[in-house]
Ligand binder design. Structure first.
Ligand code: APR
Length: 167
């Protein structure tokens, strides 16, 4: 049985086994949620990311969580689609991010995973459609993960995720 909760907060303070970062293909770190997680995990995160990258859009790769506080043991790096109007397969790539992150979490034996609103910041994916894709994909992907937390960083995203979850 997998539960999905939506909360407003900072993903770097989540008490889960694995947190997902919305990375770029280099896995060397960036701004937004990726920047926050790299700052919290320390410079070893970029070193580890650089060794396993590049990560293609829609894929997911794991590293240790380094300086992030327990119980967080893993960072799952995924690369969302850059929004280009919606006719270039962006929705499928975003769905793949959520699906592949769960598959990687299962490989890690992670029982709980926190996700940011992948691709809805710098990458410009429309947040309402992204929220629907997130919830629909997570609900339809078989996984051993028992606790999924969707972390909204602002009130609008929180409302959109709650609406998607209630649908
Ligand atoms: N905790 C949770 N969510 C956060 C946090 C945080 N500390 N900081 C930002 N967010 C939210 C943003 O508000 C947005 O809703 O994460 C969501 C994703 O936004 P971005 O971080 O901009 O990610 P994305 O749109 O996928 O763009 C990825 O940005 O930072 C670079 O290296 C990254 O090139 C990559 C691109």
């Amino acid at each position: 049985m997998t539960t999905i909760d939506v909360v407003l907060g900072d993903i770097t303070t989540e008490n889960v086994d694995a947190i997902v970062t919305a990375a770029n293909e280099s896995l060397l770190g960036g701004g937004g949620v990726d920047g926050a997680i790299h700052r919290a995990a320390g410079r070893r995160l970029a070193e580890a990311g650089g060794k396993i990258g590049p990560c293609p859009p829609g894929e997911a790769m794991a590293t240790p969580a380094f300086d992030l506080d327990p119980p967080v043991r893993h960072v799952i790096h995924t690369v969302g689609p850059v929004w280009e109007g919606g006719r270039y397969g962006e929705a499928g790539v975003l769905a793949s991010c959520y699906r592949r992150c769960l598959a990687v979490a299962d490989e890690l034996g992670a029982g709980s995973v926190a996700f940011p609103a992948i691709a809805t910041g710098v990458y410009g994916f429309p947040p309402e459609q992204a929220a629907r894709i997130a919830v629909t994909t997570l609900r339809s992907t078989p996984t051993e993960v028992s606790r999924i937390r969707l972390i909204a960083f602002d009130a609008e995203t929180l409302d959109l995720l709650r609406t998607a979850l209630a649908a």
